[in-house]
Each structure stands twice: as C-alpha cells, then as structure tokens.
Design a protein around this ligand. Structure first.
Ligand code: COA
Length: 561
C-alpha cells in the first residue's frame, strides 16, 4: 500500500511507525505545516491510506472525505481530547490505551480500527509516551493497517458498550497543574509533575520569578521547610514538601510578554544567582543504587557483572555530565568484574551533546567544542578498555553521538522497539565520538557512508541485520533487563571469556597499529572545529531551531519517500 504518514513532527513514535511499515509498504511522510501544503502532498502522493501517528492539528475535511485517514490517539476507546496522557497520569490511572480511529468531523469520535491497552508505568508523560504508549501504538497501528487491507468494518464509537470507558476531557491547562507546596503531599506533587513532563511543565514561583518546572523525582532523606530549595545535585535542585522532598532537574523561565523565548536548562544553572548557601548533596553511583533519590548515575554489581546505569533528561549529555559519566566509568573499569553493562533502566540511551546547554553558553562554539571533547574522552575510555567485555544496553532510543557512544562497546543489545538515528546531518555536523572508526568497524565502509548520509531512523531489528546492533529483544524494559542480566551473567561465567578478552586486546592493538585512535579523533575534530567555528556553517542555526522548536517551512526532502 501507499501510506502517507502525516505528523506534527517526525517524532519518536512517527519514526517507529516509519521503521515498522516501510519494508512492507511504500511510505511517505508529510509534516502538518498547513492545510494547503497537505492537500498538495496528498494529491501528488495519492495514498491508499493516510496515517497520523502524532498530530496536534485537525486534518481538513476535504482530505478525510476523499482519503481514509486513521488517527493514533493516546487514550483508550472513548477517550477524547488533546491531553489524554496528562489526565491518565494525574488521575493515577494504572491502565490506559492507544486507539486508532478514523478521522471524522468530530475530533477523536470516528469509528475505531484498533485499540490496545498498556500499563501506566511510574514515570513522566513523555517517558511513558516513548515506551509503554509507543509499544501499544505500534501494535494498534499494525493491527489497523492489517484490518484496513482486509475487509474489516471499523466499530462506531458507542458509549453504551462496557469496554468503552473513556470520556471527552478538556485541555489540561495550568489551572489543573498548580502546586501548593505548603499543603500538598509529595505523592500528589509528583503525580502533577509527571503529568506535565516533559511538556509543558508546571508554572511555579521561585525566588520571586515564574518558571516552568520540568521533571520530578522522589528524595528519600533530605527534609526542610515546605517549598524551600534545600539542596542541589549535579544541576538539579531539591525542594522540600510537607512530607518529604522532590528533585527538580530542569527549569525554564516563563517568557515575559515581549521578551525573548526561553528554553529548558539544568535547574541549578537557571537559579545559579539565587542559590547562595544552598548545599550540594553529592552521591556516588554505588550509593545511589540503593537509594530512592534522584541521580543520573547508578552502579551495582551482580553475578560477576558491573552495571553502570545512566539517565540524562532527553538523552542530552553536557560537558559536566560526560565528565561525571567518565569518572563513574573509570571507577567501574577498575572493579574486579569481567563484564560491564552500560545503559539506562528505561528510555533514551543518549542523544549526544547537550544542545540547550550549548545554546545558553556565553560562547556556544566554545561550549560545543568542550562538549564534544568530553564525549570523545568518554568514548575513548570505552574503546580502550581491553580487560573487560563492555556491553551497551539500549532500552530506549539513541541518536547522533549517542549511537556512536553505544557502538564503542563490544556488543550492542537493543530492546526491539528502539529506534537509532546513526547520523549527524540534521544538525549540520560532521560528527565525532570516533564514529569513523566504530561505524565502519561494525557495518563496513559502504554501509557506514550510507547511514551517515541518510538522515532516516533505523529500527532495532534492521540494526541487527545491518550489524549496528547484536540483539533486538522483544518485550518491555523490564523484560529486556531480565534477559540482559541473564545474558551478561552467562557471558561473565563463560569459559571462553578469557579467550574473548585476549582476542579483543589483539584486535585493538592491530587496529591501533593500522591507524591510531588519536588519528580518527583528530580528523573528526578538524571537521567539527570547522562546523563550530567557521562562518557560513549551518550548525548554529540548526541548533537554535532545535532548541527553540522552530518548525521547518516545508517537509524536508529526505522524508518525502
Ligand atoms: N540536546 C538537548 N536536548 C535534546 C537533545 C540534545 N542533543 N536531544 C533531545 N533533546 C530533548 C528534546 O529537545 C526534547 O525535549 P522536550 O522533551 O523538552 O521537548 C526531548 O529531549 C526529547 O526529544 P524529542 O526530540 O522530543 O524526541 P524524539 O524522540 O521525538 O526525537 C531525536 C529524538 C534524537 C531524533 C531528536 O531529539 C534529535 O534530533 N535530537 C538531537 C540529536 C543531535 O543532533 N545531537 C547532537 C549531535 S551529537
């Protein structure tokens, strides 16, 4: 079939649907950038089916009357409105769903093609969206497409049916989100913060100024006057509640009328001038592993395997985060274990250098340079670890330098739903992180060149076929980790491990003799230096567009299909 994906952005779910459908169907993508553009595209593409995985605007009537249009709605049958997941999380729902319905005049009220339930995990909205909701959405889309290709009659929305339990709900505006730190419990505040994470955040006042608060994590020990900022840690701030405290990783100043647009940054950076004598509450990765507190790094050992867990908001890694991860990696590399597993418990593995922190820097080119250098140091440490088997474990997506970080390990294990973007082109960068060594080493020179120049996502199964990854494991993040722990323990106990480590040492030595890692780095950084510091490079403008969420004027050519 010819399927046109219409989406407000080529976001993670749209990318996943693209990777799932494109080997069986002819797929085109059109970003919803205006009704006339959409009409023109539909007329030229002549789709058998239009599918909207993530759409925040309505499809014009003359389109849905001429073509079948299926909308992916992140709510169970009967649920309607623009804030489904916000209501699910703030209402404490334990089960939710994704429904694929046909576009009609009334929003979300069309006949139902498929509906798939999912369990609501204890996490922020966009993390839920990228994980449980996305898994359900892909199942629902595949079912709907299969049904559409057959002779299935979609079911009209009928509120008298017992399995239609949803309802029409309004936009979840700030009036529902407001927090009263002097009366509300930690649990209630966390629910509100999670329902607003990562967008739009919750408007609140700190030190007499309005900010959007983004993210919220439990703190098990620190206590203070409700509402007060009582500690900082690695860029986050800790705020006391009536019965505990909550870590807030990111803030965005509320835009003042007529003032410049604002964007999210580490909370302690945003409040720096106000934090005076607020103490830093450091924690080691090993301590964090046993605590119910916020930490970007955790380290534990089990069955002869070291697990270094990292979790960076949006998968973005600024210079300081790279340095802290490198310190933790070096400590882990000194431990008496033969296998090291790297990766977050859930969600993004890494999306490379931190574009927001760079944008906020006094000298973005210099900060870009510092950030890429810190990423390279981290990747180099992994590439040169020859006395351990290192595994990258991806329960969530990775892009650009984040993919290359994963490829520095000996093996790459992915959850089946992972989407990789192994290219830098969309940010106007040549790329570094030793990609010119790691990528061809895994997929060969020709495929590496193709991947680097084609800015399209690669699904986990395809990644295994290409040699980018070693396994694509079906199931949830928990299923993945159950499998990964067994597999890692088996590797650590395998009699052939010593031989593998010896072979690894030899290969590194012969690769180094053929061309030193330092030479790859120098060549890549020469290109990156030009990207960062030369006039007429597109990177600074592309980064600004990304940080300020500026939509393109038309759908980029690489998506047309
Ligand atoms: N720096 C700063 N923030 C980043 C980031 C980065 N490198 N990568 C992702 N984020 C943020 C996004 O701004 C977004 O923030 P929000 O939740 O406040 O909206 C969040 O992380 C999730 O990203 P989003 O783009 O919504 O997710 P997606 O799954 O739809 O798309 C990517 C994922 C990776 C394709 C897209 O985020 C991207 O292109 N990132 C930039 C990758 C890159 O070029 N890195 C630099 C070169 S190494």
């Amino acid at each position: 079939m010819r399927i046109l994906l219409v989406a407000s952005a080529f976001n993670s779910l749209t990318q996943r649907v693209h990777t799932e459908l494109r080997d069986r169907h002819h797929i085109g993508v059109e970003l919803a950038l205006g009704d006339d553009l959409l009409r023109a595209r539909v007329d030229s593409f002549r789709p058998d089916l239009i599918l909207a995985p993530m759409l925040t605007t309505a499809i014009p009537e003359d389109v849905w009357t001429r073509y079948p249009v299926l909308i992916v709605h992140p709510g169970p049958m009967g649920d309607r409105g623009p804030s489904s997941l916000d209501w699910a999380i703030s209402g404490g729902a334990t089960e939710w769903g994704v429904t694929v319905l046909q576009a009609v005049a009334e929003m979300d009220a069309g006949p139902i093609w498929a509906s798939v339930p999912f369990e609501v995990a204890d996490c922020g909205k966009s993390e839920l969206y990228r994980n449980e909701a996305a898994d359900a959405a892909v199942r629902a889309v595949l079912l709907a497409v299969e049904r559409f290709a057959g002779d299935y009659e979609p079911e009209p929305l009928d509120y008298t049916r017992p399995d239609v339990r949803g309802q029409l709900r309004p936009y979840h505006s700030q009036q529902y989100r407001r927090i009263d730190w002097s009366t509300e419990s930690t649990a209630a505040i966390l629910r509100k913060l999670r329902a607003a994470d990562s967008q739009p955040g919750i408007v609140d006042v700190l030190f007499g100024r309005e900010y959007f608060i983004h993210g919220g994590h439990h703190e098990d020990k620190l206590r203070g006057v409700p509402g007060a900022i009582i500690a900082t840690r690695d860029g986050a701030v800790c705020r006391a509640t009536v019965d505990g405290a909550i870590w807030i990783p990111q803030l965005r100043p509320r835009r003042v009328p007529g003032g410049p647009a604002t964007f999210k940054r580490p909370a302690a950076d945003v409040l720096a001038a106000e934090l005076g004598d607020v103490p830093e509450a450091p924690i080691t990765p090993a301590e964090a592993a046993d605590r119910d507190t916020w930490s970007e790094l955790r380290y534990r050992e089990e069955a002869g395997v070291g697990y270094l867990e990292f979790a960076f908001a949006g998968g973005a890694m600024d210079t300081r985060q790279c340095r802290r991860l490198l310190d933790a990696y070096r400590q882990a590399a000194r431990r008496p274990v033969d296998v090291l597993v790297l990766g977050p418990a859930r969600d993004f593995f890494s999306n490379g250098i931190h574009l927001n922190v760079i944008e906020a820097a006094a000298d973005p080119a210099q900060e870009s340079w510092r950030n890429i250098t810190a990423m390279d140091d981290l990747v180099e440490a992994i590439l040169t670890t020859t006395d351990k088997l290192v595994i990258s474990a991806l329960t969530g997506n990775a892009a650009a330098g984040g993919v290359m970080l994963a490829l520095a390990a000996d093996e790459v294990w992915c959850r089946e739903s992972v989407v990789l973007n192994p290219h830098y082109r969309l940010m106007g960068l040549y790329g570094s992180e030793y990609w010119t060594y790691s990528l061809p080493r895994r997929v060969g020179a020709a495929e590496a060149a193709r991947l680097a120049s084609t800015p399209l996502p690669v699904g986990a199964r395809e990644a295994v076929t290409l040699g980018l990854a070693d396994y694509a494991v079906p199931g949830t993040a928990d299923d993945f980790w159950t499998w990964a722990r067994q597999e890692a323990a088996a590797l650590a106990a395998a009699p052939e491990l010593a031989e593998r480590l010896l072979a690894k040492k030899h290969r590194r030595a012969s690769d180094e003799a053929a061309k030193p890692l330092a030479a790859y780095r120098e060549e890549e950084l020469t290109e990156m230096h030009r990207n960062f510091f030369s006039p007429n490079e597109s990177y600074h403008q592309l980064r600004q567009n990304f940080v300020y969420n500026v939509s393109p004027m038309v759908t980029p050519a690489y998506l047309l299909g």
